[in-house]
Ligand binder design. Structure first.
Ligand SMILES: NC(=O)C1=CN([C@@H]2O[C@H](COP(=O)(O)OP(=O)(O)OC[C@H]3O[C@@H](n4cnc5c(N)ncnc54)[C@H](OP(=O)(O)O)[C@@H]3O)[C@@H](O)[C@H]2O)C=CC1
Ligand SMILES: CC(C)(CO)C(=O)C(=O)O
Length: 280
């Protein structure tokens, strides 16, 4: 049996694939919808799950909440917690409170409005070997799943992508394509990923491919997408910047590595959050 905590965009993606594999997972949600609709390839349908307050004897708990909500879900965790978040720091906050946890990396793009989520970009779900049976179930449901021996390099590659795309598009209030189209944004992205690569190397993490090429590839592939940070700032919602450029800054300062571009983007997004709060 599989559990999910957080039935937002990513939680809905996991339930969608599990349903296609004939699995009805147990779900702990916060805000409730009368029905959750998931759309993919022009087809929409209701998600099937058991709405529970306690996940009981599940083998896996997929954690699909925003990084800043990580600590709040620890009492809900059962079995192996599989933490599907962007950035670094959210999984770590769970791991120190619930050791039976592993990270996952999701490169699918899902856009959520209220109770309706739509698959906007096909990607992969990267899982460590400890989540092998979850991987099999998701594959059965048609998900592109990659099981890796070491997921840290994949997490840092995704961090480089988010550090370069999210803050820039959030501050410019433009689609991801601006990172490819605008020389200024491209130059900024290049400087940001250079700093991420330095911090990762100092931590002994070998990023598996050229991070700038990956940034440009994903920005082009999701060129019309509005990044989660751009969406959050447009709606005056809290962003996950502390777990993106903020994490690079935290590790950079701890390691004595200058990361001025990540620091500048981090401070600008935090300042924008404050300005937003004042307008609420
Ligand atoms: N959307 C995407 O395309 C991708 C997102 N990600 C990452 O995945 C993570 C989740 O993002 P996303 O799904 O987009 O975010 P959403 O805001 O769409 O979903 C998060 C959900 O978690 C719920 N939640 C929060 N706290 C609790 C709790 N204590 N108990 C139960 N439910 C809770 C929220 O409830 P409520 O509705 O009440 O707020 C919300 O429904 C983030 O780290 C994001 O960066 C990674 C790859 C792609
Ligand atoms: C890769 C990217 C930038 C896609 O929009 C993303 O993960 C996000 O929006 O948070």
């Amino acid at each position: 049996m599989i559990g999910v905590v957080g039935l937002g965009a990513v939680g809905s993606l996991f339930v969608y694939f599990l349903n296609r594999a004939g699995i009805v997972p147990r779900v702990v949600q916060r805000r409730r919808c009368p029905e959750y609709v998931f759309c993919a390839g022009g087809q929409c349908g209701g998600l099937r799950f058991a709405d529970v307050a306690d996940l009981g004897d599940v083998e896996y708990t997929v954690v699909a909440v925003k990084a800043y909500d990580s600590a709040s879900v620890v009492p809900l965790l059962r079995g192996v917690a599989v933490v599907a978040q962007n950035g670094i720091g959210g999984y770590e906050a769970i791991k120190e409170r619930y050791p039976n946890s592993v990270p996952a990396v999701v490169t699918y793009g899902v856009y959520r409005e209220g109770c309706r989520s739509e698959l906007r970009g096909v990607g992969e779900i990267y899982l460590p070997r400890a989540a092998e049976r979850l991987a099999e179930a998701l594959r059965e449901g048609g998900a592109n799943v990659v099981v890796v021996d070491d997921i840290e390099p994949v997490r840092w590659l995704k961090l480089a992508v988010n550090a370069a795309i999210n803050a820039v598009t959030g501050l410019l209030q433009g689609p991801n394509g601006v990172v490819v189209a605008l020389p200024q944004a491209r130059e900024l992205a290049s400087a940001v990923v250079g700093e991420v690569a330095k911090v990762a190397e100092a931590l002994g993490v070998k990023i598996p491919k050229d991070p700038l090429e990956e940034v440009l590839r994903i920005a082009a592939a999701t060129s019309k997408n509005i990044s989660s940070t751009a969406q959050d700032l447009a709606m005056c919602r809290r962003t996950e910047i502390d777990y993106l450029n903020g994490t690079v800054l935290k590790y950079g300062e701890a390691l004595g590595i200058d990361v001025p571009y990540n620091k500048a983007l981090y401070l600008l997004v935090k300042a924008k959050e404050v300005l937003c709060a004042g307008r609420e």
